[in-house]
Design a protein around this ligand. Structure first.
Ligand code: HEC
Ligand code: HEC
Ligand code: HEC
Ligand code: HEC
Ligand code: HEC
Length: 178
């Protein structure tokens, strides 16, 4: 006789358990997202001044056109300029202390989705979207500010609007969750 699986191994129950974990976890993350106040960063990095002097987004976040993650600049990239920029300031002293210890700056993530969501920058940029469409106008911010309401509805409503011919694929759960 085939042994009956214990209740927690039954497929229906496993799926509900996963959904409950997702929903509770998502709720906590949504809670964090509701505030638009940027988190305390180790250095008050001024986007406005760097973008204003002509540094392009892709100079510091080059992964965006290449694949899933945009990436953050390491201390070598900062130091490439700041070794020459002889300006005294408390925030730059903090940068110097990281460089002297050869330690990565522990930036706090601002634009982040839960692990069970798969987002890839490349197809979005290939389709003609701009950074500001999703991240706001960084040329007017110092450190990056979290954007409100970037939940599942946000992804879906833009898909419906901008790529209606691909709606079947772009609304399929497995396109974003797998
Ligand atoms: C275009 C991408 C996309 C598609 C398609 C999509 N989701 Fe999501 N989903 C997300 C994102 C982003 C989040 C995380 C943000 C949030 O919680 O809304 C999420 C969160 C969730 C959560 C956690 C809920 C919560 O309140 O945090 C569940 C459950 C979920 N999705 C189920 C589904 C199911 C079922 C489908 C298919 C009917 C689906 N998703 C299709 C992007 C997508
Ligand atoms: C392309 C060259 C360049 C790169 C790369 C660069 N910076 Fe700068 N940064 C500058 C210049 C030039 C200034 C000075 C602007 C001014 O005098 O107002 C500056 C200003 C700053 C300031 C403000 C200083 C103050 O208090 O007045 C901080 C903080 C800073 N940079 C941090 C960083 C960090 C951290 C990185 C790496 C993530 C970085 N910079 C990368 C050129 C650069
Ligand atoms: C269609 C919306 C969209 C566009 C357009 C977009 N991003 Fe993003 N970006 C996101 C989402 C969503 C995340 C969070 C991804 C995650 O956590 O998996 C993110 C994360 C990031 C991050 C932090 C994590 C990482 O990927 O390294 C950086 C930096 C970033 N984006 C920079 C950029 C830059 C620069 C551009 C333009 C060249 C850009 N983004 C265009 C939606 C977008
Ligand atoms: C000189 C380097 C530099 C340039 C140029 C630059 N950034 Fe950044 N960016 C950073 C650093 C350092 C951080 C981490 C600190 C913070 O969150 O502001 C960051 C953070 C971000 C984040 C949040 C990442 C996360 O982990 O959540 C986004 C989104 C972003 N940048 C978008 C842009 C866009 C869009 C542009 C162009 C308009 C741009 N950046 C130009 C250095 C740069
Ligand atoms: C501002 C509009 C916009 C937003 C916001 C947006 N998308 Fe998209 N997304 C698009 C467009 C347009 C395409 C179609 C690109 C193409 O033609 O291949 C796309 C395609 C995709 C694809 C299919 C990529 C491929 O490999 O073909 C995935 C997966 C996806 N989006 C996930 C997400 C998730 C997850 C979010 C939210 C966190 C999101 N998108 C938010 C506009 C958007």
């Amino acid at each position: 006789m085939k042994e009956k699986k214990p209740w927690w191994k039954q497929p229906g129950i496993q799926i509900s358990a996963v959904l409950i974990v997702l929903i509770v976890g998502g709720g906590i993350i949504t809670g964090i997202f509701l505030s638009q106040v940027p988190p305390d960063q180790p250095i008050q990095f001024p986007h406005d001044r760097h973008v204003g002097m002509g540094a392009s987004c892709l100079y510091c976040h080059p992964g965006a056109t290449l694949g899933p993650t945009a990436g953050l600049p390491g201390i070598e990239k900062c130091w490439g300029c700041h070794q020459q920029v002889q300006k005294k300031s408390p925030e730059l002293d903090i940068l110097v202390s990281y460089v002297e210890r050869n330690e990565a700056v522990p930036w706090v993530p601002v634009a982040i989705q839960p692990d069970f969501v798969h987002f890839n920058h490349k197809p979005h940029l290939n389709s003609g979207l701009e950074c500001a469409d999703c991240h706001g106008d960084l040329s007017k911010m110092t450190v990056a500010e979290p954007q409100k309401g970037q939940n599942m509805g946000w992804c879906l409503s833009c898909h419906k609007e901008t790529a209606p011919e691909q709606w079947t694929k772009l609304s399929d759960c497995a396109t974003c969750h797998y």
